[in-house]
Design a protein around this ligand. Structure first.
Ligand code: ADP
Ligand code: MG
Length: 697
């Protein structure tokens, strides 16, 4: 199927008629548990079972061929070989959607792999949407369909949940049931042989009832396509992803800093950022964020107003806000005045503390005043166990005021059993409530983050003016490894480089040095040497009359092509920019502080190439050490615009030349008025037969 044509999943997600292949009349069997669930579907349901004419009041036929109609959806739960035969029979019959619950495919290895290939072949022969195999099933609460063998289904609601793990999926179902959180769809992806996360995103984005898409994923099948579609979907609806396998270490032989620091998790992080996906780190966070996003309006900004009747929790919340990048600003003078009038003994700064004996009316007025402050974008109400106030009252107050002001409001109750009761009451009123203040703040921060994602400007990434022919020549001229002698590659892309040239004899070195000043820098050019300075292959500040002698010594270090003679630059802030390829997502750009600590500190940031100018700036600002570049502690700030432009250009180089497998520009020397690349390392591979494409579209 063409990747540009989203699949129509209507018949799968909201079928009009259903057949269950492997329906069983024997309690205790999966085929029975499954059929009991499906039998509750309000439309036509057929069992396919050779030894029954009826199960649970629904008609049964011996084979798929005997079905009286090509049903909208077939659910297949028979042993693997039968599953394939039945799937093919469904295809012949004109059934276009199937859920294959049967396991024993790719996940089993061996012949399971072959079986899965056969399944894919059948699906494409008949143009079928196949969910699974090894799927835990599908639930479509509005359609009244529970096509899983889970004992309980789901309430209809606003959260679509996609899970690559059946077990995690069933756990989430249970949690949602218990907490009375409704789902619009529940989809267990199984082995993703045919339908993947990428197919479901557009379908769920179109669904009117779905407000939030939440997913648990272990991998992504088509990286660039996922990023493209997520980029569109997240302008309409939030997409939350919990990605497992975050600690996996890429088993790659790295010949560059960028390669050593890249790993699949960095690539996923970069891809999620590019696609506007909200990445969460735990099941709990996934669910909490999903609930908050489904029930609350989005804040206009990041300014949080806190109302509490307890000092400690308020301080915890303010700390959490700082950590999550939310502001807890002073309230405006009119708000402060009104608060002081209404609560003469209270603390009217933000957090507002209306003291331990605050009444329900007091809370209502305080919340009302704080949320109506134009300088407050969202509210948090904190309370410890309280002698007078009932949680039901507080829930009503909060629900009413967040509706009135159109601003999100959440609550945190630091209490045991009482708190649980409060959470229930509040949740029923559409107010997320948490024990821990930090969790409440995290949920609000997610709302703010999504607001920024939704409203992000459309990126423009025009390719820069560049001498591409020259790049092609340089990449083809050397072996698989290029070094400082190929700095011209960067110059061809408009990145400023230090002046210099390659000398192949002592005389040439001396001649080059003449034009470069009193003192120069010499660098041995030897493909085998990775870090020149480690072996004495870089000499800084060599006087002109010593260049010949130095040349002779340096070419003896290793089988050398010659020595690169470069202008001597003053000390500057050293940064590194690099390129690496990820097998799933393609070209990545890296940025970090340069020098010897790059790998030790790992303070680097990655993004998918190519980058728009604002994306390049975000990447540069994304490292922890950015204050050093911005002029911390009396240092002059570096020429940020020049640095950003260099990074942006490197990202285009990455996207346009897939034969660059890895590239380090280390260092780029940064000064207040310019940036200059002084070293380069490139690993070139044959352009043909690469596992990656030409970078991101
Ligand atoms: P390598 O990374 O192979 O050791 P580099 O060319 O990066 O070699 O040089 C090592 C260090 O020498 C740089 O990090 C920088 O501090 C310094 N250096 C390199 N080139 C120059 C130059 N032209 N002017 C001043 N210092 C330089
Ligand atoms: Mg270097």
């Amino acid at each position: 199927m063409s990747p540009d044509m989203p699949r129509d999943l209507t018949g799968l997600l909201t079928p009009s008629s259903i057949a269950v292949v492997g329906a069983s009349a024997t309690p205790g069997k999966i085929g029975h548990a499954l059929f009991s669930n499906v039998a509750a579907f309000p439309g036509p349901v057929y069992g396919v079972n050779p030894s029954r004419s009826q199960i649970l009041g629904r008609p049964c036929v011996p084979t798929v061929d005997d079905l009286p109609e090509p049903v909208a959806l077939a659910i297949i739960a028979v042993p693997p070989a039968d599953a394939l035969r039945s799937l093919a029979a469904c295809g012949r019959k004109g059934i276009r959607n199937a859920v294959v619950i049967t396991a024993g495919f790719k996940e089993q290895g061996g012949e399971g792999i072959e079986r899965e290939r056969e399944l894919v072949r059948i699906a494409s022969q008949y143009g079928m949407n196949v969910l699974g195999p090894n799927s835990f099933g599908l639930i479509s609460p509005r359609a009244g369909l529970n096509a899983t063998f889970a004992p309980r289904g789901a309430f209809a609601g606003a959260i679509a949940f996609i899970s690559q793990s059946g077990a995690l999926g069933s756990a989430v179902l249970d949690w949602a049931w218990q907490n009375e959180v409704g789902l619009s769809f529940f989809v267990s992806l199984g082995n993703k042989a045919v339908l993947t996360e990428t197919d479901f995103l557009p379908a769920l984005a179109r669904d009117r009832e779905t407000v939030v898409i939440a997913a648990y994923l272990e991998g992504i099948e088509d990286g660039p396509e996922f990023v493209r579609i997520a980029g569109e979907v997240t302008r309409e609806k939030p997409v939350l992803v919990l990605k497992a396998g975050a600690t996996e270490v890429g088993a790659r032989a790295a010949s560059s800093h960028t390669g050593a620091l890249a790993g699949s998790d960095r690539a996923y992080g970069a891809a999620f950022r590019r696609g506007g996906v909200l990445r969460v780190r735990s099941v709990e966070e996934l669910l909490e964020a999903a609930v908050a996003l489904s029930e609350q309006p989005l804040p206009r900004g990041r300014r949080l107003g806190i109302v509490s009747n307890a000092g400690g929790p308020a301080i915890l919340a303010a700390d959490a806000a700082a950590e999550q990048g939310l502001a807890v600003p002073p309230l405006s003078p009119p708000t402060v005045r009104s608060l002081a009038e209404r609560f003469p003994t209270a603390s009217t700064a933000n957090p507002v503390d209306i003291l331990a004996d605050a009444s329900a009316d007091g809370f209502r007025d305080a919340v009302d005043l704080v949320l109506s402050d134009p300088g407050v974008d969202m509210g948090l109400v904190l309370t410890a166990p309280h002698p007078i106030l009932t949680f039901a009252e507080l829930a009503r107050i909060l629900a009413a005021s967040h509706r009135k002001h159109g601003k999100p409001a959440v609550a945190s109750f630091l209490a045991g059993e009482l708190g649980e009761e409060a959470e229930k009451t509040l949740r029923a009123a559409g107010i997320p409530a948490y024990f821990e203040p930090a969790r409440a703040v995290r949920a609000l921060a997610t709302l703010a983050r999504y607001r920024e994602i939704r409203d992000r400007p459309l990126p423009v990434r025009p390719p820069p003016a560049a001498d591409r022919a020259r790049v092609r020549v340089l990449l083809a001229s050397g072996g698989p490894r290029l070094g400082v002698e190929s700095l011209g590659l960067l110059a061809a892309y408009g990145i400023p480089i230090a002046r210099g040239g390659l000398a192949r004899s002592a005389d040439e070195a001396a001649a080059l040095a003449q034009d470069l000043g009193e003192r120069v820098v010499l660098k041995v050019v030897a493909p085998e040497i990775v870090h020149k300075s480690d072996v004495g292959g870089v000499r800084i500040g060599v006087p002109a009359h010593e260049v010949r002698g130095a040349y002779r010594e340096m070419v003896g270090l290793a089988p050398a092509v010659g020595v690169y003679v470069q202008e001597l630059l003053p000390p500057g802030q050293e940064v590194i920019a690099g390129i690496v390829r990820d097998p799933t997502f393609g070209a990545l750009v890296m940025f970090g502080l340069g020098g010897v600590f790059v790998e030790a500190l790992g303070d680097v940031a990655f993004a998918l190439a190519p980058l728009s100018a604002p994306e390049a700036e975000e990447l540069v600002r994304g490292i922890r050490a950015f204050p050093l570049l911005a002029g911390a502690r009396g240092r002059p700030p570096v020429y940020l615009a020049g640095l950003v432009a260099a990074v942006e250009r490197i990202s285009h180089l990455a996207a346009e030349f897939p034969e660059i497998a890895e590239l380090d520009v280390n260092p780029i020397l940064c000064y207040p008025d310019r940036v200059v690349a002084v070293d380069l390392r490139v690993t070139v591979s044959g352009a043909e037969g690469l596992p990656w494409g030409r970078g991101q579209p």
